[in-house]
Design a protein around this ligand. Sequence first.
Ligand code: SF4
Length: 440
Amino acid sequence: MIDTIRECFRKRFQKDDFCAFVKVFGCQQNEADAEKIKGFLKSIGFSFVNDPIVADLVLFETCAVRHTAENRVFGQIGSLKNIKKMNPNAFISVCGCMVERDEVNTKLKKMFPYVDLICGAKSLDHFPNMLYEKLTSKKIDSFCEMPVLRESKFHAWVPIISGCNNFCSYCIVPFVRGSEKSIDHNIIINDCIKNINSGAKILTLLGQNVNSYDFNGVKFTDLIKMIDKLDGNFIFRFMTSHPKDFNKELVDVLSQCKHFSGNIHLPVQSGNNRILKLMNRKYKVEDYIEKINYARSKINNLVLTSDIIVGFPGETDSEFNDTLDLVKNIKFNSIFTFIYSPRKGTAAYSMVDDIPYDVKSARISNLIKSQEKISEDLLSDLVGKNFHVIIESISDNYSLARTKSNLLVKLENLILPTGKIFEVKITSSNRNCLIAEILR
Ligand code: SF4
């Protein structure tokens, strides 16, 4: 199949070396999916460029979670018209969650007839077949592996479960990604070993709700124990967890793991029980607080992050203040904040989106301001402490690194090799990061 596809592209582009531009919108799951697509394109002979104008193939891996993200993608697909004019043989593909929605698919075909291939998130594994069928106009009934092209030398995404069964009332994901499917633990373990052996020092176990992992009775805690037994100099994280499934058993297991990073992302979404019920989150604020208290009592220096939506339909000032109080109470290390965005097809879409935009904006600003102060205070408590950090990126005159528990560290006036681990001393901090000097 690969040889035929390569030959088709050779004829189409009239050359032997082709290049692709791949742009990813949205979450880590999309990043991981794009690494598979890029791995497959590389196996055909593509190299990668950062400018769509010079690319033979342009591919967007899209996100459906927010309306604004969708509009951005439409805008960018629109601008590809010029590329197609300049280079009529350019191949354009739109993949990911957005094109799982029928109305988007119809709109795409109508407004952008120059898009050559549409491949939804649920059909990712069929991307090679779809490409073959598009280029040859023939059906094919075989399966082609998609090797992952890891973007980072030291970090690897490890998908463990896809889809979601939770149907939070605001969320489009279960509709575009389908129901939960856990990956065979043997495949996951092999994936981890392969990544560790090829230099990955951080493994992020990935899924919409990793806590509900269950492959033939092997649960998430069993999987974690298996991963923790692997040899090598690595740490693992996981995302995303659902508070209803995040339990004491998991915390107990994590507290015994030598490779666990020490950070947990646990989206609370709201600090008010009525709103949580409307969101169909299936836990109460009190349950959430109890779980966090337990996790903090068992895991030293736990770094905790969360997601919060403001302006959910019907959210009153007082209900928003409950969220603000929860944030002040829990003291997350950082939070990701979102303004509620209605998505057609979800249960919340039928609720009246009655909070004026200026009220939503004021609430999110208020929340961000409160969190900034908390983050700043928590970071300043770490001044004078020593950490091992991994260098993630470099700029003109500084390097950015992360602690094991994912806190951002800036090393000023130092250009250090990415992927290497150093011991540093924290000398100061601001609301975004720690500032450090190298010990060794
Ligand atoms: S758990 Fe809820 S928010 Fe997360 S993907 Fe599933 S439905 Fe969406």
